[in-house]
Design a protein around this ligand. Structure first.
Ligand code: HEM
Ligand SMILES: *[C@@H]1O[C@H](CO)[C@@H](O)[C@H](O)[C@H]1NC(C)=O
Ligand SMILES: *[C@@H]1O[C@H](CO)[C@@H](O)[C@H](O)[C@H]1NC(C)=O
Length: 201
């Protein structure tokens, strides 16, 4: 009785160890045998791979976007044209509602081959108002024929640009002089134009 009592826990351990390895083998065999399970495992592996791959890729995609020096100047339509992402620094500017924004960080939208590439280096106002991504006029567009609703839509779009991108300057009408912003270099991100600091108002 005492012997049996002594040996039975050892036997139980061995049995447990056996069952564990047997169980693992059975588990793997069970998975490998069933096509449905193989499919599920493949899906899981693919998803895990994708998650890792995409987060890795995002980091890689974020890194090469160089921080270009901030631009602050006005542009005529002609001066704006080269900034469509094909220049040496890849800078992309888009005008909306008379203001020029630096959308370089949105290159996947406005860069060459992007869905809104036609806006790069151009005044996008008319296109945004009329939901058209076809390049607009080559010369200055005063937008005077747009309906009130269309102009409101342009202004709403500009709010989105304002939130996302840096304001560079104005889109100049023909003959309108360039503003000299060189005395402005104060706070970064301040979108006040040439307003001198005055807290007494
Ligand atoms: C079938 C039609 C369209 C689809 C499915 C579509 C889809 C999208 C999506 C998903 C985004 C957000 C992308 C992101 O933030 O990751 C976006 C952004 C945008 N879309 Fe569209 N779009 C369409 C048509 C248009 C049209 C016709 C215009 C202009 C005329 C337009 C102008 C824009 C602009 C300006 C942005 C903002 C890009 C930025 O973040 O700077 N889209 N669109
Ligand atoms: C970008 O602008 C340059 C110069 O204006 C022009 O030659 C080129 O065709 C444009 N490329 C795209 C993709 O718009
Ligand atoms: C802009 O104004 C500054 C002085 O405030 C001057 O030194 C500079 O030459 C001007 N630049 C242009 C392009 O007129």
């Amino acid at each position: 009785m005492a012997e049996a009592d002594k040996s039975s826990p050892g036997a139980a351990d061995a049995a447990a160890a056996l069952t564990l390895s047997e169980y693992l083998v059975a588990f793997v065999l069970e998975i490998v045998r069933s096509p449905v399970n193989i499919g599920l495992v493949a899906v899981i592996v693919l998803l895990v791979y994708k998650i890792f791959f995409s987060s890795h890729k995002n980091q890689e995609a974020a890194a090469p976007i160089k921080q270009l020096p901030k631009l602050r100047r006005d542009f005529t339509v002609e001066e704006l044209r080269p900034y469509n992402g094909t220049g040496p620094d890849g800078r992309i500017l888009v005008a909306v509602n008379g203001n020029v924004y630096d959308v370089t960080k949105g290159a996947r939208f406005y860069g060459p081959g992007g869905p809104y590439g036609a806006f790069g280096g151009r005044d996008a106002s008319r296109g945004l108002a009329t939901f058209s991504v076809v390049p607009g006029k080559d010369e200055y567009d005063d937008l005077s024929d747009l309906q009130t609703e269309e102009m409101n839509s342009v202004k709403e779009w500009e709010e989105q640009f304002k939130e996302r991108y840096d304001l560079v300057g104005k889109l100049l009408k023909p003959g309108e002089p360039h503003t000299n912003y060189s005395d402005e270099e104060e706070e970064e991100g301040s979108q006040q134009d040439n307003e001198p600091k005055s807290k007494t108002e």
